[in-house]
Design a protein around this ligand. Structure first.
Ligand code: ADP
Ligand code: MG
Length: 402
């Protein structure tokens, strides 16, 4: 899809779903045109209980439809048949704007009977089962694409979308003549790199550590998403915990005592890295954070833990930066340019809230791709808004015949 199709003439009310991370969100997006184009959103967050994330596909999609139903009630919109855009942040084989076969679940999801199936069909079937309201599912969108589109709505130089949240991924606009499996040489097309899966063919083994292998082995999808497991919010805390266990085993930390607490998977969330690495935090405060996690630490322990957190988050930011540098420099090369100016639309809590991640990422890109000037802009809620924007564009262009 060419970005130039965003013509600033689309308007109306759209429903959007954002599924793929910690929170499931349902949104109504109102797009108005006029002197200033404006996009207004109303959204509600719903929890997806663990047993549903990892239950049957039918239960998962029934739950999603239940949440949509609740949201429509809440908004007083049960009787309006709205067009819907579905942000679905998992690797899909997308064969049409409203067709995406799930390749494999990632992150915390593992519902049965979904892989290999068109998730739009699964959603349509669940809506039918409930038999309570109608929706026109117009588009399925990856969160990177939604983020890029949302930023491109305001900045036409935005041709890359980056997610650094629960997972890690990038999409970018590629010249059609570089895409072999699609006919035609005109214009551009959006490529979802699914870079989280980088390394599945062993080509990152020389930079993976035994801690990465531990984290991978204990995950829901061993062997898969190896790059994601070194770079994204779902895993950084767990890498830190593996290192702390090892240092403790060697007698370098926590007086050599491996407590039940330290052995508990998931106690060390990535948000604690952000807190511990904050520049304004005194060591005593690091100690109290560790204490609140049930880890008794000395002053030396606190210094070491802070050092470990820094190493893990720095590596993550540098790896994302290296990946981004490769993408922008490839774009530059493919366009036959000496110099490229391009904007990246970014979404994700790791990028937004970690005290150093974004700075290190940008520094790395500058260093590794010196012929590119890369601007990063935050997309406020791009993952959700983008699906609605794409839905709006599809309807305006008459691509969708309901
Ligand atoms: P999504 O699940 O759609 O990716 P977010 O972009 O909000 O949603 O990312 C959520 C992830 O961000 C969580 O899984 C967590 O690992 C991480 N996270 C949450 N709070 C922080 C924080 N303060 N600093 C760094 N990472 C965080
Ligand atoms: Mg998201």
């Amino acid at each position: 899809m060419s970005l130039s199709v965003v013509t600033f003439t689309e308007r109306g009310k759209y429903l959007a779903l954002d599924l793929g991370g910690t929170n499931f969100r349902v949104l109504v997006v109102k797009i108005r045109t006029g002197m200033r184009n404006s996009v207004r959103m109303y959204n509600k967050i719903y929890a997806i209980p663990l047993e549903i994330m990892q239950g049957t596909g039918e239960e998962l999609f029934d739950h999603i439809v239940q949440c949509i139903s609740d949201f429509l009630d809440y908004m007083g919109m049960k009787n309006t048949r709205l067009p819907l855009g579905f942000t679905f942040s998992f690797p899909c084989n997308q064969t049409g704007i409203d067709k995406g076969d799930l390749v494999s679940w990632t992150k915390g999801f593992k519902a049965t009977d979904c892989e290999g199936y068109d998730v739009v069909d699964l959603l349509r079937e669940a809506i039918k089962r409930r038999n309570e309201f109608d929706l026109d599912i117009v588009a399925i969108v990856n969160d990177t694409v939604g983020t890029m589109m949302t930023c491109a709505y305001e900045d036409p130089k935005c041709q890359i979308g980056l997610i650094a949240g629960t997972g890690s991924n990038v999409c970018y606009m590629e010249e059609m003549n570089n895409i072999e499996f699609v006919e035609g040489d005109e214009g551009q097309m959006c490529v979802n790199t699914e870079w989280g899966g980088f390394g599945e063919n062993d080509n990152t083994e020389d930079i993976r550590t035994r801690y990465d292998r531990e984290v991978d082995g204990g995950s829901l999808n061993p062997g898969k998403q190896r790059f994601e497991k070194m770079t994204s919010g779902m895993y950084l805390g767990e890498i830190v915990r593996q290192i702390l266990i090892d240092l403790t085993k060697r007698g370098l930390l926590f007086r050599g005592r491996i407590t039940e607490r330290l052995k508990t998977k998931g106690i060390f969330e990535t948000k604690f890295l952000s807190q511990i690495e904050s520049d304004r935090l005194a060591l005593l405060q690091v100690r109290s954070i560790l204490q609140s996690l049930g880890l008794d630490s000395t002053c030396d322990d606190s210094i070491i833990v802070k050092e470990v957190c820094g190493a893990v988050s720095r590596r993550a930011a540098q790896l994302c930066g290296a990946g981004m540098a490769a993408v922008v420099d490839k774009i530059r090369e493919n366009r036959g340019l000496d110099h490229l100016e391009i904007t990246v639309g970014v979404d994700g809590t790791l990028y937004k809230l970690h005290p150093h991640f974004s700075t290190i990422l940008k520094d790395t890109v500058r260093e590794l791709a010196p012929n590119c000037k890369v601007d990063f802009i935050l997309s406020e809620d791009g993952s959700g808004k983008g699906a609605a924007l794409i839905t709006a564009v599809m309807l305006t262009l008459g691509f969708f015949k309901g």
